[in-house]
Design a binder for this molecule. Sequence first.
Ligand code: ADP
Length: 619
Amino acid sequence: MSWSIRWKVAIGTLVAVACGLLIAGWMTVRSLEQQSLTQFSETLEAKAKLVEYAFQSLVQSSTLPVTPSRLQDTTRDLGSRSSARITLIASDGTVRADSAVRDTDLPALDNHTSRPEVTQAFATGQGQDVRPSHTTGERTMYHARLLKVPHDTAPWVVRVALPLAHVDRASDEFKHQLFLALGIAFLLAVMLSFWLAHSITKPLSEIASVAQALSSGNPAIRIKTTAQDEVGLLASTLNQMADQLHTKIEELSEDRAQLLAVLTSMVEGVMVLDARSHVLQINPALERMFGIARVEARGRPCAELFRHQQLNTLVSTILDTRIPREDEILLPLSGRHLHIEATPAGGERENEACIVLVFHDVTDLRRLEKIRKDFVANVSHELRTPLTSIKGYVEALLDGGKDDPAVAGRFLDIILKQSDRLNLIIEDLLELSKIESGQISLKEEPLDLRTLVDRTLSTITPIANRKGHRLVTTLDPSLPLIAGDDDRLVQILTNLLDNAIKYTLAGGTITISATAAPSANRDEPSPNAIDLIVADTGIGIPERDRPRIFERFYRVDKARSRDLGGTGLGLAIVKHLVEGHGGQVWVEANHPQGSRFVVRLPIKGGKRFPAQWNQDNTV
Ligand code: ADP
């Protein structure tokens, strides 16, 4: 059992006070009894001397031995005068007279030689003793003195006895009063000690409860005290400590919040490992990169968490060498490229930052690099093909072909065709580069889709006619005007229709339609976008090639595209122009046959189409 300070102080004080009071009481009683006995003994001695003197006068004044009856009468007389019991004892110990005994009973009294006071008196002249009387049974003080008797050879002893009853009564009375006083004093001490214990422990209890509140995360709580003593000093010191702690915690919290804000807002993934390569911290960017949650990552070994050999090797190299390193890894599942900067942080112990790894997602960079390389390779290849052809035919002409007008004419025709193709590629490339570099600024004017389709069809229809295609136009009459650049939208339509004509066998059907784009729930049309669709019944595009056909120079069938006069840049131009209008373009299969190109353009405020718009333009 553990006692509170209050009880310890109270009980301790009470035990000390009780001991003090008992000792003081005992000593007082003892000294008082001593004092009473001394006084009593002096009184008794004085009385004994007077009695001795009286007997001395009696025995010396008479010439004849004093008769026993006279002795007894004198003894009784002196006894009543001195209010004491007087006994005369002869040298042989027989009692010759006793004031408290009848004359007839005297012979029955036993020999008094053995009484201590009598023995002392015979030996030294006087003797004293305190004991219960044989005769009265009361506690009695005896004083004996030697008495010279002329008619006896040996001296007698005169003894005076007084009962101690009233001394004992006074002593008992005193003890009673004393214990009452001591009891009251003890009661006062009890109250005082409890008040003292309370007044000492109350501020201590307050300090303890405030300290508890502080430790359980209530930093604003303080001890209220006006005390100037040690407890007051303790309280104010604790308050100062709490202030400092509060300030430090706030500073740390601010630092932590700033650090967290930096870590959270970083695009780069950050991971902190300890000396055992266990994860201490990761930021949201890293969570996204690896598809893991911070809670499950923290405390786990890096190797077990990521299971990436290259990353593990990098971490163990840093742990061994303590030198910063860089590396690039490929995540097999997502296919993302991550450039890692790993720096030793200095921590040596468990849960101390030892390595900081910063992950940069360089996937887009690598993709762009690849596109650039592919593009350079493609451009060289595309340009070299007609150039090689031109060079070959020029050499053939020089080698004698020019001398034969028929051959020369055919060769020059081919050279012209290849020059045109070269020109076309260069024009498309320049166009693309202008769009990409933002040199072409797209207008935003209200446009009527019918006018756009009409303008496009005026140039496309003759080409379609040559292959015997049927051109069908289906435009939703309720569509609003769209905002855009008319020339560029015509260019988009022309490229798509040109491809549709090229990649559809003679006698096919090409449909141009425009409808409101479906909304998110697909039941109602979206009021924000329209779909411009070019569908054909041509050779179609395999599903695997569909995502790539908008890349520059990407062609499903290179030879066929070249034979048909394609540059491989038409759809790339379409994509850039559509995106320049804030739209999207994609291709899907056209059922039952062919391809279906969808251009989704946003409506940026416009009017509705006139109602009569819906026609079938069969060519
Ligand atoms: P090209 O000048 O070769 O036509 P594009 O960029 O216009 O270049 O088209 C890229 C490739 O997409 C074409 O080579 C062709 O393989 C394919 N393609 C485009 N439009 C169609 C279509 N309507 N039907 C089938 N294939 C098409």
